[in-house]
Design a protein around this ligand. Structure first.
Ligand code: TMP
Length: 208
């Protein structure tokens, strides 16, 4: 493997379902590439063939909360070893749609797994790997629910959770952002798409 002299940036995008992550993710990747940066765009759960199979199970199959958390970390282990770390070492930026903060928010605050248990798994799976920048698309759970209802496709297993679940997930994200303010960039994503995009891109440029 060619080791680059400078490691790439690890950038993650987070937010509750219905925050509008997908289109903003594409815009972030396009902006970084237009600035001449080499970008690996990926997602969690997923990002490897095995990870994508685990994603399918996570989104469709009934399972206990601990099985869910362990599958999320199993997928992440593959992703970190086979995609994220090699790319960063070669000097590419990695832009990842969700990472471990999503587990602290969804399986932790959302589903009640103690944070220290999830942090122990995170330490096992990716010791020393923390995003350099995490963009949080923040919206109230009610706004996100309205957006999800307007979609034509069927809701997946997570999207079917009640509004209170997403309120807890959102609160946890905001708490994580307060704890590590240097790493996080909180964007008000209740605004119109174009405005949100401008805000993200301006913040991205400032942090590069
Ligand atoms: P996505 O729709 O943003 O691609 O994410 C799929 C779902 O997976 C989303 O509802 C959040 C959930 N998820 C977790 O519950 N824990 C995690 O660690 C990750 C990465 C995603």
């Amino acid at each position: 493997m060619t080791i680059s002299r400078s490691r790439g940036l690890f950038i993650t995008l987070e937010g509750i379902d219905g925050a509008g992550k997908s289109s903003q993710f594409d815009a972030m990747v396009a902006e970084l590439r237009s600035l001449g940066r080499s970008v690996v765009a990926t997602r969690e759960p997923g990002g490897t063939p095995l990870g994508e199979s685990l994603r399918e199970l996570l989104l469709t199959q009934d399972m206990s909360t601990s099985t869910e958390a362990l599958l999320v970390f199993a997928a992440r282990q593959e992703h970190v070893l086979k995609v994220i770390e090699p790319a960063l070492l070669r000097g590419h930026d990695v832009v990842c749609d969700r990472f471990t903060d999503a587990t602290l928010a969804y399986q932790g605050a959302g589903k009640g797994i103690p944070r220290d248990r999830l942090e122990a798994l995170a330490y096992w799976v990716h010791p020393g790997l923390t995003p350099d920048l995490t963009v949080l698309l923040d919206v109230p759970a009610a706004t996100a629910a309205q957006r999800l209802r307007a979609q034509s496709r069927q809701a997946d297993r997570f999207e079917r959770e009640p509004e209170e679940f997403f309120t807890r997930v959102r609160e946890q994200y905001l708490e994580l952002a307060r704890e590590q303010a240097d790493r996080w960039c909180v964007i008000d994503a209740s605004r119109e798409l174009g405005e949100v995009r401008q805000d993200i891109l301006q913040n991205l440029k400032k942090r590069l």
